[in-house]
Design a protein. Structure first.
Length: 214
């Protein structure tokens, strides 16, 4: 029961921060003539990019941070700040401001393949996702007292999140027609509240741990 609860929590957290609904809307806006035939390959490549990058972060991220002498509580704090910035823009219905720059948007307009950059990275997979994966792995390890199980749990959450990302991107046209601009804005605002709550947890937990450690 505890494992399922942790898996559900991690999966919801990752899906919310990845925000595939916003990514789908941005993808459609970047395509000159969006059709199911053109969207399908982009959805596959973008999802594969997110999957590979997330798994690399999971199994190598904490080691890299330790190499630079950065502890996970510091990552919690900066991750909380990044996520809070993303959440604020999401609540105002402006998620793209934290995902890619105008220069990246201009470059995407000139490229034939936008699946890896900018859809995969940085629109879907960005600093917020990196911090979230590292923190979730550390939190699960402390809760389960089993590093292998903690890694497996977050890996499963990543895979489930990527499945949701793929089907959301693949059906972007249908979702866009169903929800419309207003519906997607409302959904983004709701997801922004969830991201904000996760950010607050990261911030409070990180600052508290650093304060006690000091």
């Amino acid at each position: 029961m505890k494992l399922l609860s942790l898996l559900a929590h991690d999966t919801v957290a990752l899906i919310t921060i990845l925000n595939p609904i916003a990514a789908a809307s941005i993808m459609i806006s970047m395509l000159h003539k969006p059709t199911r035939a053109t969207i399908g390959p982009i959805a596959r490549k973008a999802t594969l990019t997110v999957l590979v990058a997330s798994l690399v972060t999971l199994f190598g991220g904490e080691w890299i941070f330790h190499l630079f002498g950065i502890n996970v509580h510091s990552i919690k704090v900066i991750g909380g700040v990044i996520l809070m910035m993303i959440a604020i823009h999401m609540v105002y219905g402006e998620p793209a401001k934290n995902r890619h720059s105008p220069e990246e948007n201009q470059e995407a307009q000139e490229k034939e393949d936008i699946s890896v950059v900018p859809i995969g990275i940085p629109i879907l997979y960005g600093p917020g996702v990196i911090a979230t994966i590292v923190v979730l792995q550390h939190t699960n390890k402390a809760a389960l007292q089993n590093p292998i199980l903690a890694y497996a749990l977050v890996a499963a959450a990543i895979v489930l999140s990527c499945v949701v990302v793929y089907f959301t991107l693949k059906n972007a046209l249908y979702i866009h027609r169903l929800l419309g601009v207003s519906g997607m804005k409302i959904l983004t605002r709701i997801m922004g509240l969830v991201v904000g709550a996760i950010a607050a947890q990261f911030l409070v937990g990180g600052v508290k741990a650093l304060w006690i450690g000091a």
